[in-house]
Design a protein around this ligand. Sequence first.
Ligand code: AHR
Length: 518
Amino acid sequence: MTIKIRLIKSTVISAVFFLCFAQTNAQNTSVLNTDMSQSIIDKHIYGHFSEHLGRCIYGGFYVGESNTKIPNTEGVRKDVVEALKKLKVPNLRWPGGCFADTYHWKDGVGPKAKRPTIVNTWWGGVTEDNSFGTHDFLNMCELIGAEPYLSGNVGSGTVQELSEWVQYVNFEGVSPMSNWRKENGRDKPWNVKFWGIGNEAWGCGGNMVAEYYANIYRQYTTFMSNSEKAKLFRIASGANSGDYHWTEVMMRDIPHTMLEGIALHHYSVIDWGKKGSATDFSEQQYFQTMQRALKMDELITKHATIMDKYDPEKKVALVVDEWGGWYDVEPGTNPGFLFQQNTIRDAILAGATLNIFHKHSDRVRMANLAQTVNVLQAVVLTDEEKMIVTPTYHVMEMYNVHQDANYLPLSISGGDYVFGTDKLPAISASASKDKAGLVHVSLVNIDPKNSKEIAIEIRGGKYTTVTGRILTSAKLQDHNTFEKPDSVKPIPFKQASLVSNVLKVTLPAHSVVVLEVK
Ligand code: AHR
């Protein structure tokens, strides 16, 4: 009897021990199936945004052809073009933003000396001389190798104006607009596919209610013609962050034969009245920025759920065509120019956001970081003839291996990043397999104080080698300056090993790592 009880007791103890041990393992070792992919990470989620705002276009992309020593191609800076080519920018949105709904494209074509000037009422009230217009932008996209994404003026333009813009840039045959394009020096059309039908129609684009805008959208798109080489990808002005009613109305009231995408704008801003400095911030502000950034997952999930109801086949894309961090402008700069520095905080924000886009790649098929040069979460900063790239640039460059690769679901439990009584998941991760069979894993340790140990069992093939790069720095606030342009840059990563298909990684605090496994 005693022996029997002892036997049961020891069996129970062993079972409990086994369960605990198994659970510990399960918690620490994630699984990555490299042969199970259900969606492609569309390269267009790596898009950028360039508005006539502050020094994004003038001084940033464009310095004009005369009176400058800065090397340029038809007025477009060569250094910026080279930097963006390395980034593999897939698409570039222009001319706004809020500016788009004040922009009359005909002001920006033809001889530059004859172009009218206007006032940029949204951004600093400065004079806009229209020297950078349609030809300049579309030719610049060709230099960069990016597809253009034109934002049409719906707020203060006309149906005819937008319809003629489409004809001007896309029609090959004889027509008033294509003839005018030819007279202005461009024979072949540019075949622009991506078109935004207004911007933030609920706000600077006309303060419309969703139901009214949906009708306006139907009217405008009716007169935008496809051409032989450019089937239009029409994007409805989308919701502001958590305005789910907006998405519901777009999906309900616009026939899906007239709609390829719906936009969504979400900025990681702590408080619109108290945004805080881009470089001089506390851990609390860092935590709040990351809270806002990670909110993107919930926003996409909820907007996508509404879209699923009307479009279970996921034909209509969710296009996050404005995202990024938004802080106070740099001291002494024009408040209307939105010029801010860019730190490790922004690198973490970018990495975590891109991981979220990857996770939702079945629905999110396009996105645009705001904005490319000298504005908000820029990848490039310029000062006269000097140019530097930011920590965000490096993340976008490290991550571009995911462009058009097969998304591989990956969920890692790396514990929490605890701040006071609040917490966030410490690790953000995603993975993909490219056409050559290389597996890329991107990992972000959001925790600013603690390193994290991660183990991933890789299934679906034999993998023997791991290499990678890391972006981090001593402090979250570290950034590049014109004096020290390389303070923050990626370096080879040595803290990863791959033995018997198990990938083990030690992720330093506040770091972004991209690994290649083969
Ligand atoms: O990116 C700056 C501004 O933010 C854009 O012009 C507008 O669309 C948004 O509100």
